[in-house]
Design a protein around this ligand. Structure first.
Ligand code: 9WO
Length: 256
């Protein structure tokens, strides 16, 4: 069954990007994902179709009025009973394990705010979960919603051709690689030509020795993770082989 995904936004055309391009477009065209946009402006009742108003207590900027949001969410509930997720810098941090969890749901509603945010009573009455895609401020939740849509779309069954391929960036020695839970960074990649601007492709990748290639990739993944995101390695138990690979990585690094 297709995942039923609804987005609440006053800028629905921003979503042309995910509707028309890449994996998310393919997921929609193949029927794996049903994406519907809901504009709170269509649920206003006043002459000016206002979706914003001034904050109680004063201060710069405007807020999204509660009534158009409540009417929008209550209307879409009839078609989409999924949990409502509000995209905001105050939410829990998005990680691959959260994406995996969301991709398993049959239905989901993403609420993209604008201005200085939404009236807190909407969060209290109609939001089940608040998610942040990182510690920075955007001017609305739309781009964050699109990040979630794309990260989910590539996990839906049938979207990457092979139902397993989204999880296949794993090493055959039982070691889970870059994608499936993002606990190890990816290794470096090379394509033709063999020499580009004087830089050669590492010899091992041209050797055809698949055991050695696998070993080299795991070593690179471990080494880069230790250098760039040491906290990811602290969370895992390294076995003797992995410790040896890290030593070799450091030795080779010092020889450069
Ligand atoms: C704007 C602002 C201006 C002055 C003082 C405080 C302020 N806070 C904000 C603000 O957080 N605006 C948000 C804009 C309101 C909710 C929608 N917007 C948003 C969502 N910006 N960034 C996100 C977001 C969402 C998910 N992950 C990272 C960022």
């Amino acid at each position: 069954m297709a995942m039923n995904l609804s987005v609440v936004t006053i800028f629905p055309r921003m979503f042309d990007a995910v509707l028309e391009h890449g994996i998310s477009a393919r997921a929609i065209n193949s029927g794996a994902l049903a994406l519907k946009l809901w504009n709170p402006r269509d649920f206003t009742t006043d002459r000016h179709r206002a979706v914003d108003d001034r904050p109680y207590g004063g201060g710069a900027g405007m807020l999204m009025k509660p009534l158009p949001l409540a009417r929008t969410i209550d209307a879409l509930k009839a078609e989409n009973p999924g949990p409502v997720i509000y995209l905001s810098p105050q939410g829990e941090k998005l990680e691959q394990r959260v994406v995996t969890e969301l991709a398993e749901l049959p239905a989901l509603v993403l609420l993209a705010g604008r201005y200085e945010g939404i009236d807190e009573r909407i969060v209290e009455s109609r939001v089940e979960r608040e998610i942040s895609i990182g510690d920075y401020v955007l001017s609305g939740g739309e781009l964050a919603a699109m990040v979630i849509i794309e990260s989910i779309a590539r996990l839906l069954p049938g979207v990457l051709g092979n139902p397993q391929s989204a999880h296949e960036d794993s090493f055959s020695n039982g070691f889970v690689g870059a994608d499936s839970d993002c606990r190890l960074l990816d290794y470096p990649h090379y394509t033709r030509p063999e020499i580009f601007e004087g830089r050669a492709v590492p010899e091992v990748l041209r050797s055809g020795d698949h055991r050695q290639i696998q070993r080299w990739r795991l070593m690179q993944a471990l080494g880069r993770t230790q250098a760039r995101r040491p906290e990811l390695l602290a969370e895992r138990e390294l076995d003797a082989q992995q410790i040896a690979l890290l030593k070799t990585y450091q030795l080779e690094k010092n020889h450069e």
